[in-house]
Design a protein around this ligand. Structure first.
Ligand code: ARG
Ligand code: ZN
Length: 879
């Protein structure tokens, strides 16, 4: 057990920095047994600080201090104090130069924060607080400086030496070494610092900006990945154009670089001019990456690129403001993806992620507002709430203001705060100032945690022709927050007549030319809206496009839902009605005898969908997906996962049996698509045929089996090969399963990104991924505890996707996860803290499971030397 309690950091204790840094001059000597970092900082007292001539305090972590000099004079032992996590110089002048030399060991850095090695190359990850693992520095985002960085290393092992900005000098040194010096003209916080040294191939392209400047685009990857760069490069160029067109943002430096590294804690990082990516989020070829991966890569390349303005030019004052850059940037990348593909499909994907995973987070022990007011370890706050709910909140501002005023607001924000480190409140203020709208109540979205619940009831007054909609708003209590105030919610809706015609929404008797869709603004705990001039009770289509991240409760009848599935003019709500119907039907079967009948209307609705080739096939594909187990669990209280799993599977098999011939026809209709391209049409075709395969194999269909085996052998792309593999892995054809898994591994064993997919398709499978199998995967040659992608693809996939395996009745899944979290905590605490999440939600589950989950969590709590990352999650979930 740990003895010292980790400190909580509070937003209310924010103080401006006592000292500012104007320039940073770095020299890295990179060796195999470590690295020496020479840092010279031009420091001055902050005129805005009231602290005066206080001691200088710099942050540090795992550094060996070699020397400290002030204005060129070495400091004697008594003139500074090295406390490990702080370097303190008691007495400093108003303005001075501080030179610090530190020794670090990148080759032993398994936390992957600061400078570390990944398959032979040196690379960095400094957000949020990694720079302090490189040298002593005021490691906070409101200290912005200009950087000059000289990198020295062996020339044959590390021919490529990169840092932020532009290269200004290079040359050879003694002993086969060389150097390159980089200079970044833009002041930046240290979390945006980056360095790369390795034996990498370079891919080049150019982009001409709207003002006619030619930007040099470069990707650096290991030689074996040289053929997997085109998609990311194309995505980058599309992002650069889009940001000019849609947000008026032009790129600023002359070079933009992307580097792929295999060992990376997150997806990617927006370091100024030198983005570093997890290989799995940037490298793709049709043979090795699925359609989903192609789309994810496009989105992440865009996301990191967009940060150049929303994050780098305008950055965060402190880490409580993280959503300032992340929420806004996620909104921007999601708008971009919608523009590159299908708006409705993208909205369905975003809403699914929110409702499945963010709502769960918001209802769990780590629930926090998008601007938290305290944290123990900031790495734990790179969450779905900060990112996805943060994006939804900015999207609501856009909905309330309309696209033109929103653009005016973003222009004002960028102009007003260029070069500054600011707060979410500054962002909202810019939106208010540009639009003239009052967003004071809206600001509660930044302060209050929890998912608002809207209880909607309705009533039709035949005599008056008035339809009355009553909407009550409440926000559940969350840790540290009770009795919340009503929030300002944009609520989009439409009303349909019995033929599915969209009715004009007249809010007064005499309103002329009323629109058929409106965004109502909810501000009170209860509202009653009256719609006039109606002759019959309409069917409401509520919260269109998921206009706010809230739960809507309305007493839908299955008839109404079936009606909306086929009639709602809003594609998103057609899908939503389908989900609600399927949820209702599955829920009604949970814990019921096996022979309880499945509502035949579901079969009819699905048959229509599968065979209607006039409908947008991308939407059909989404509508065919049953609500996931994770979503059904999220909706349940006292969740009994095996029972939920059984009920869902029962419905799936029932549908597959009833629609067997339609599925074969769907497969054949969607087979083959010419030259592979990631267009919405092709993606939908591939997804439809792979869904058909998966369903056919669920019911042991011989023809389905043959189709799957043939598709597996003949596929010319990973989407189809993986589709067939997944269908077989999740089937009862055990011999085939072993055969294709073996073939697949043989073919792709040299490619880590594919091996990760091979791990996760097994670990995530309720059929193939039993605990014994998971242990085998951990013992596999290709598994590596130090590689986060491998850990996620086995341990993460098991606990996060193979829910019935993880929630095995004997508690073995929980004990397993607790063991792995403890083991990982010593290697990489950030990853360990992520992995523990499924256990931390123990209160959500049925009593028979809860106790065992809690017990497993307690073994983690009692581990000696627990990191503060895991400490925070475990303790908050046990209080
Ligand atoms: N800023 C990066 C992004 O846009 C993520 C960095 C994550 N860092 C961390 N320590 N968790 O997505
Ligand atoms: Zn980001």
């Amino acid at each position: 057990m740990r003895t010292n309690q980790p400190q909580t950091i509070y937003l209310s204790e924010y103080r401006v920095p006592a000292y500012l840094v104007d320039t940073v001059d770095l020299r890295f000597e990179l060796f195999e047994d470590g690295a020496r970092v020479h840092s010279t900082l031009a420091i001055r007292r902050n005129p805005e600080s009231e602290e005066g001539a206080v001691p200088l305090e710099l942050d540090g972590d795992s550094l060996v201090l070699e020397s400290v000099a002030l204005n060129g004079q070495d400091l004697a032992a008594g003139e500074f104090e090295d406390r490990g996590d702080k370097l303190i110089v008691a007495s400093v002048p108003e303005k001075f130069e501080l030179s610090v030399v530190t020794w670090i060991e990148p080759q032993n850095n398994t936390r992957l924060e600061g400078l570390y090695k990944s398959s032979g190359m040196f690379c960095t990850q400094c957000e949020a607080e990694g720079f302090r693992c490189i040298t002593f520095f005021p490691d906070r985002p409101d200290v912005m400086a200009r950087y000059k960085t000289r990198v020295e290393a062996d020339k044959s092992a590390y021919p490529v030496l990169l840092s932020n900005g532009n290269p200004i000098e290079s040359g050879d040194l003694d002993d086969g070494r060389h150097f390159v010096t980089w200079e970044d003209p833009f002041p930046k916080p240290c979390y945006l610092f980056a360095l790369v040294a390795g034996d990498l191939v370079e891919k080049r392209d150019t982009f001409t900006t709207c003002s006619g400047r030619d930007i040099d685009l470069r990707m650096y990857v290991e030689p074996r990945n040289a053929e997997k760069c085109d998609h990311a490069m194309d995505s980058l160029k599309r992002s650069m154009r889009w940001d000019e067109d849609v947000y008026g943002r032009e790129y600023d430096l002359d070079i933009f670089m992307i580097v792929a590294v295999d060992d990376f804690n997150m997806g990617a990082m927006e370091n100024k001019g030198l983005n570093i990516f997890n290989s799995s989020c940037v490298l793709a070829s049709k043979e090795t990456a699925t359609d989903a991966a192609f789309q994810r890569i496009e989105a992440i390349v865009a996301h990191e690129y967009f940060h150049n303005w929303s994050g780098n030019r305008v950055t965060c004052r402190d880490w409580f403001q993280l959503s300032l850059k992340e929420g806004f940037t996620v909104l921007r990348d999601s708008q971009f993806s919608a523009d590159m593909g299908s708006d409705t499909v993208k909205r369905i994907e975003d809403a699914t992620l929110m409702r499945t995973a963010q709502f769960a987070e918001d209802a769990g022990p780590m629930s926090h507002p998008i601007r938290p007011s305290s944290y123990i370890e900031i790495s734990n706050f790179y969450t779905l709430t900060i990112y996805e709910k943060g994006a939804e909140v900015v999207r609501m501002i856009r909905t309330l203001l309309g696209p033109e005023l929103f653009r005016k607001g973003s222009d004002l924000y960028f102009e007003r705060h260029d070069g500054q480190a600011v707060t979410t409140d500054d962002f909202v203020k810019a939106m208010e100032d540009a639009s003239g709208r009052d967003l004071s109540q809206f600001r509660l979205w930044y302060e209050q945690a929890g998912t608002p619940v809207l209880e909607v009831t309705d009533q039709f007054d035949q005599g008056q022709g008035v339809y009355r909609l009553t909407i009550r708003q409440s926000i559940p209590d969350t840790p540290g927050q009770a009795d919340k105030k009503p929030q300002h919610i944009p609520f989009a809706l439409g009303l349909l007549d019995e033929h599915g015609k969209a009715l004009p929404l007249r809010l007064s008797v005499d309103e002329q030319d009323a629109p058929t869709e409106r965004v109502l603004e909810l501000t009170d705990a209860e509202h009653v809206f009256e719609f006039h001039g109606l002759t019959e009770k309409p069917v409401p289509s509520l919260l269109r496009h998921f206009s706010a991240p809230v739960r809507v409760h309305y007493p839908w009848t299955r008839e109404q839902l079936l009606f909306l599935i086929s009639h709602d003019p809003d594609g998103f709500n057609r899908w939503d009605a389908g989900q609600r119907l399927a949820v209702d039907i599955i829920q009604s079967l949970v814990g019921q005898p096996k022979d309880t009948p499945v509502d035949p209307r579901l079969v009819t609705a699905y048959r229509h969908l599968i065979s209607d080739s006039a409908l947008d096939q991308a939407l059909v594909d989404k509508m065919l997906q049953l609500p996931s187990e994770a979503y059904l669990v999220e909706l349940a209280s006292d969740a009994d996962v095996p029972a939920i799993h059984a009920a869902r599977e029962r419905v799936l098999k029932h549908l597959a049996i009833a629609l067997r011939d339609d599925l074969v026809a769907c497969y054949r209709r969607n087979a083959g698509d010419g030259d592979y391209a990631v267009t919405p049409e092709q993606v939908a075709r591939r997804s439809l045929r792979n869904t058909a395969l998966a369903w056919l194999l669920m019911i042991n269909d011989e023809e389905g089996r043959e189709l799957a085996l043939r598709q597996f052998r003949e596929a010319d792309n990973m989407t189809d090969r993986m589709g067939a593999l997944r269908a077989l892995v999740n089937s009862e054809y055990e011999a085939d399963r072993d055969q294709v898994l073996g073939d697949f591994y043989q073919r792709f064993q040299a490619d880590p990104q594919v091996v990760e997919q091979w791990f996760s398709v097994q670990a995530a499978s309720s059929v193939a991924g039993r605990l014994g199998k998971i242990h085998d995967l951990l013992a596999h040659d290709a598994f590596d505890w130090r590689n986060p992608n491998k850990v996620r693809s086995v341990v993460g996939a098991f606990a996060g996707q193979n829910l019935s395996g993880f929630h095995a009745e004997d508690g073995s899944g929980y004990e397993f996860l607790a063991d792995q979290v403890c083991r990982l905590d010593d290697i990489n605490p950030q990853i360990a803290a992520r992995l523990v999440t499924p256990l931390a939600r123990w209160r959500k589950f049925a009593p028979a499971y809860r106790g065992k989950m809690k017990a497993a969590l307690e073994t983690v709590r009692d581990k000696s030397g627990l990191s503060k990352d895991v400490y925070e999650v475990v303790h908050k979930s046990l209080v």
